[in-house]
Design a protein around this ligand. Structure first.
Ligand code: ADP
Ligand code: MG
Length: 466
């Protein structure tokens, strides 16, 4: 390991083992002292070394620098400091960093910079850059970020997501697009009708890459990749990266620079995490009690199913707690409306399925409640990551009944954090999971198409977003 100059920042790790080596100069706010560790470097070539610690050193185009200033971005976050030099040099990047640490700008800025440097008019229906996300709401948010940092560059961005009319999207594509942000289903739809052409697409990004490469999305992703040129710059970003998925990720990248901040799947250090051991029947009362605390200024409550989200939101309303549900059975405009109401503070509590777990950036979420623990431990990292974003503190509270103990164990193993016990006692053994019996009179309306982020107690391999 080379000697460190005062201003040298070395972040990095081996995405596979999760070993990391954060050595810093400027980033104490992000990683307070006790989390700074120096560990043996297992595979030095996997580490990325860089020295830049200000946006000025990246020599970005003037309008981008101005946009960064307007957005209050004074200093790159660790993942930005680590990934931007590679991206700007035209390299492929595999980036992992905790939730809320600025991964969006880490993949957006190199694309915008390249477009600022070489303005080209895209051909009709052609896209110059394609960014895919697992949910429509996240796609909307990413497009907004591109617009924010691309102000003044005269770029044409198009959002291609399901759940809303396609005609408007096709019309917008007709004059070509610099940036297309979309969800896989609708993107494949437009590809198949040649209303989207990515044959000469130079930039390809999978945000929430591990989710995009799992079973549900993989068929669509394969179609997209087959339509892309082999000569392109690709970037994959996420806070989690399962080992089984890593080889798929690497298959999409050409000689990638791997940037891993902290351990893969680690939770933000400023997040306070605790668990209540509670019987399933006691969760409703416990949640209402905790939400009545005025320090809970803005909270997301995660449930495992869509019906569960509706039920909990209704129960909270009955307790006079301002709450709204968000899940994939709602029409797209109702989904976006629920999220907007939560963002503006019109409602204090958003009760959501995993649809809201990935990527969604709402300022000032003080608490995340896991009303039911997710059966995939990675989901815990993403759900709780809606709080403690961008160097802020946050509180994550888990409810765990006896049937969920296995999930809790998996979560603690993945994140390496043992949750503090807030109430109850940890059961010695997990109780067997009871299959929920649907009420015979209950008619369940099926959504037109399966949505990512929901499970009706089982995984549908055909899940997709649009
Ligand atoms: P991630 O994708 O890693 O979860 P985001 O890209 O959504 O994180 O960024 C989280 C928040 O931090 C956003 O509100 C974003 O505007 C803000 N942010 C990102 N980078 C910076 C920076 N360098 N300086 C200040 N704020 C930043
Ligand atoms: Mg993100």
């Amino acid at each position: 390991m080379p000697a460190l100059a005062a201003d040298v920042l070395i972040w990095g790790g081996d995405a596979l083992s999760g070993r990391f080596l954060p050595v810093h100069s400027h980033y104490r706010a992000w990683y307070p002292d006790n989390t700074l560790q120096t560990q043996a470097v297992a595979a030095p070539e996997m580490f990325y070394f860089m020295t830049e610690t200000s946006f000025a050193s990246f020599q970005l185009a003037a309008p981008i620098m101005q946009a960064l200033k307007n957005a209050g971005f004074d200093k790159p976050t660790p993942i930005q400091a680590g990934a931007l030099p590679a991206g700007l040099a035209g390299r492929d990047v595999l980036g992992t960093a905790q939730t809320g640490t600025g991964k969006t700008a880490a993949f957006a800025l190199p694309i915008l910079q390249a477009m600022a440097a070489a303005p080209l008019r895209p051909r009709r229906f052609a896209a110059r850059a394609l960014i895919l996300s697992p949910t429509r709401e996240l796609a909307v948010q990413i497009e907004q970020e591109f617009k924010k940092f691309g102000t003044g560059l005269g770029l044409h961005t198009v959002l291609i997501v399901g759940g809303v009319g396609r005609t408007g999207q096709v019309n917008r594509m007709s004059r070509g697009a610099d940036i297309v942000v979309g969800t896989p289903g609708r993107v494949c739809d437009l590809l198949s009708t040649r209303e989207l052409n990515i044959e000469q697409c130079q930039f390809f990004v999978l945000d929430e890459a591990d989710r995009m490469l799992d079973l549900g999305f993989m068929p669509d992703i394969r179609k997209v990749v087959a339509a892309l040129p082999t000569r392109r710059q690709s970037a994959l970003f996420s806070a989690t990266m399962q080992k089984e998925i890593l080889h798929l990720a690497e298959g999409l990248l050409r000689d990638p620079v791997k940037v891993a901040i902290q351990g893969v799947s680690s939770t933000p250090v400023l997040m306070e995490q605790s668990v209540h051991f509670v019987e399933a029947s006691g969760k409703r009362h416990l949640l209402a009690t905790l939400l009545k605390d005025p320090s809970v200024s803005r909270a997301i409550v995660f449930t495992r199913t869509k019906r569960g989200a509706d039920r909990v939101a209704l129960q909270l309303s009955q307790e006079k707690i301002s709450a709204t549900a968000m899940h994939g059975n709602l029409a797209q405009n109702a989904r976006q409306r629920a999220l907007e109401a939560f963002k503006t503070g019109a409602v204090r509590v958003l009760v959501a399925t995993d649809l809201a777990a990935r990527g969604i950036d709402v300022a000032g979420v003080s608490h995340v409640f896991n009303y039911e623990l997710p059966n995939e431990p990675e989901s815990y990292v993403h759900r709780t990551g809606r709080t403690a974003r961008n160097g802020n503190a946050g509180i994550a509270v888990a409810f765990c009944d006896a049937t969920e103990l296995t999930y809790l164990n998996q979560i603690e193993k993945l994140t390496g954090v043992k949750l503090a016990v807030a109430s109850g006692t940890r059961p010695a053994h997990a109780a067997p999971v009871k299959k929920p019996q649907p009420h015979p009179n209950l008619v369940v309306r099926k959504p037109k198409r399966a949505q990512y982020g929901e499970q009706n107690n089982q995984r549908r391999p055909s899940q997709r977003a649009a």
